[in-house]
Every structure is written in C-alpha cells, then in structure tokens.
Design a protein around this ligand. Structure first.
Ligand SMILES: [Zn+2]
Length: 401
C-alpha cells in the first residue's frame, strides 16, 4: 500500500514538473502534434513569399487547428527562421512564447460573465485566454466557455467585436513586418458582425494576415469562408498520438497505446481520458485506504485521512463520492452474484475479491445513504472535515454488520 502511494505521488509529481516546463515552451511547428503535410504546405507559402492574406484552418476535433495557426504566425514573424521552424529564441519568438507579441491579435467568442457584465469583447478576457492557451492550446469551445465562466451561455462574436477587430487591423504593425489576427471560431459571428468584416477580409491593409480557425467550417458564413484560403488538418494518426503522449504526458508505452486507441486521433479527448484515469487511480487509493481503516477501527489514521481529503476542494470530493458509490454498489452485486459481474478494472477486482463480503444486504442501504448524505452536505458547502469524519465513523459501525 505504502509503496503504491509513493509510486502514485511520484508519477503525479513527475507529470507536474513536465507540465510546468511546457508552460514556458514556445508554440512552434514542432509543438504541434503531427500534421506534417499541412506544416509543409504552410512553410512553402512563407518561403516562396506567397502568403494568402486570409486563411481558414479547419480539421477534425482535437487535431490542433488553433496551435497550428499560431505556430504559423510565429514562423512568419520569426526573424531567424530555418526552412523547418521558427527559431524560438529571437525577440519575436520570445514574445510569442507568452502570446504577448504586439502584432499578434486574438478574437474569440465571448459572452457576459460575473466579471464582464456588459458588451463583452475578446480583449476583456485576453489575459485569461493567453494563460489558458499557453498552458494547453488543445481545447474545445465548451471548455473555453467554462474557463471564462459564462455559465451555460454560448460564446458569440458581436458587432462590438467586429469594431474592435477593425480598430486593431487598422493599427500600424509595431514590431513585425506582418500583423496577425488569429480569429478562433468565425462561425460564432452573426450576419451583422460578419458584414462589417467582409471588406476588411477581402482587402485587408497590406501585411495583414487573417488566420481564421473553425470547429465547424460549414457554419462559417459563405461570404466569409469564400474569401479565405482553406488550410485543412487531418486526424492525428494513432502512432503519432502515441509518441506525443509518451513525450508530453510521460505515459508508459502500453498506457499511451490504449489512450490513443480510445481517443481516435483527437488529442483533446486523449487529455480527458488521462485526466479521468488519474482521478480514478487516486479515488481507488483513497477508497481502499478508508475501507481498510474503517474495518480496523483505526481512528487516528482515519483522522489523518479526513484531514487530507478535506483539503481537496468540492469538485474532487464529489468525484470521490461518486466513485465510492460505484465501488460499494459493484461489491454488493459481486456478493449477490458470486463474483460474476465485471464492471471493475483489474485493480478494483483484486481488491474487491477480498472486500465484497463486507458489503451485504444488512448494510448496503445504510452505507449508500451515508455517502449520499455526505456528498449532499459537501455540495451545500458544509465543513469538509466534520462531514467526512462523521461519514467514516458511520462506516466503521456499518462495515462489520
Ligand atoms: Zn525566432
């Protein structure tokens, strides 16, 4: 047990360090997973000096359209690029690292939030946007909406936003030969805001690049998309995704393969799968510890367990309660059916093999009620330590029934 905990902590720590390092990485072609053909086509346009002034990046979910558009801008702006990639060290690249280059502008869908109550535009959220993007440029629009805290509303590109774009584009470029507008999700424009931009996209001021990035290109108004050069990305191949997961997430090869298989070329989905499985491993460890301590009636150790869990915050605790409910239910069913039910991982099964007799007809209802009550209390912001300790003491009594 101790060995296992140590190992888990080691992995979490190691991943944390690696992820932190990546925060200071650049967004070069090399940082975009796969897409070699598309990168080649983009590099060619730069090296031959034939850069289309408006381009529309699109591709399957999780293929990396947004990071590729930014990598392209960085490549164009780099003062010391090779024929393969931006240099990563020139003053321009340094500013791209934090996405604070003065000629790099962003537009993305927004809505009113707790902090922005009226007429929201991208610039109201720009610090959050950069922070989110530098950490990880692979995300769904729904994930971005939840980062912005716009609750259940959709993001929109309003006529105020179009005015802001016209203003930005008409500025002289500050440092780079070109200025860039990375426009994420042009499909969120309504007809009014699109009409305001038509002329600008068709005939932008010299040395201006519109890099439109769409999740659903069919929904981009035809008047807009017809004025752009398409840049198509393809699904990331399984082998490329496996390599990326090993390099970026330090997954062992077997785990990387199974995640890649499930994610089918979608890197965002791969990230979600990893997060869920890390959470599952953590919950398993915490659940088995609690059950052992309750069985042994080890109150001092239960206290330590409670201290740690109470510090976790509401969302991880809710996930723990859901996990616990599932395991308790599966163990009860195992008890009834003589171990034939298989909704458990191998690790869970080997624990449950010994544990299941303790979840039976005499206590299943009461234990389930206690966990549900604790979960509801946490939802209502009750004191975590009191709730968890109370729940553990009830389980101590129930588990030997
Ligand atoms: Zn450079």
């Amino acid at each position: 047990m101790i060995k296992y905990t140590w190992f888990l902590l080691y992995i979490i720590k190691k991943r944390h360090v690696l992820n932190t390092l990546r925060i200071f990485g650049t967004m070069r072609f090399n940082d975009v997973i796969g897409q070699e053909k598309t990168k080649e086509q983009l590099r060619k346009s730069v090296l031959s000096g034939r850069i289309p002034h408006a381009q529309l990046f699109y591709g399957p979910e999780g293929s990396g359209t947004l990071p590729l558009a930014i990598a392209y801008a960085q490549y164009v702006a780099c003062t010391n690029r090779s024929d393969k990639d931006a240099c990563g060290v020139c003053p321009s690249c340094k500013k791209f690292e934090h996405l604070t280059h003065p000629d790099l502008h962003f537009t993305f869908p927004v809505n009113t939030s707790k902090s922005v109550k009226k007429d929201p535009v991208s610039d109201d959220f720009i610090a959050l946007w950069r922070e989110n993007l530098v950490k990880n440029p692979y995300f769904y629009s729904s994930q971005w909406y939840s980062v912005m805290g716009i609750e259940n509303k959709q993001g929109l590109v309003s006529k105020n936003e179009s005015e802001a774009i016209m203003h930005k584009i008409n500025l002289k470029s500050f440092e780079s030969e070109y200025k860039f507008l990375v426009f994420w999700l042009p499909e969120k424009m309504n007809a009014t805001s699109a009409n305001m931009l038509l002329k600008l996209i068709e005939e932008p001021p010299p040395k201006t690049l519109f890099l439109l990035v769409s999740e659903v290109p069919e929904q981009v108004l035809l008047t807009i998309s017809s004025r752009t050069q398409p840049v198509k990305l393809s699904r990331i191949s399984d082998s490329v995704l496996v390599d990326a997961l090993i390099a970026r997430k330090s997954l062992p090869i077997e785990e990387a393969r199974s995640v890649a298989r499930l994610a089918s070329g979608n890197y965002i989905s791969a990230l979600e799968i990893i997060e869920t499985s890390q959470e599952g491993a953590y919950n398993f460890e915490k659940f088995t510890t609690l059950m052992r301590l309750c069985y042994m009636r080890n109150i001092p150790e239960i206290n330590i367990w409670v201290e740690e869990m109470a510090g976790m915050g509401r969302e991880p605790l809710k996930s723990f309660f859901n996990y616990t409910l599932r395991l308790v239910r599966e163990n009860f069913i195992m008890n009834l059916n003589n171990e034939t039910i298989v909704y458990l991982t191998d690790k869970e099964k080997s624990f449950s093999h010994k544990f299941h007799p303790y979840i039976n007809g005499r206590n299943i209802l009461a234990i389930t009620n206690e966990i549900n009550a604790a979960s509801a209390d946490i939802e209502r912001n009750a004191n975590g330590k009191i709730v968890l300790f109370d729940m553990a003491l009830k389980i101590v009594k129930l588990i030997r029934k």
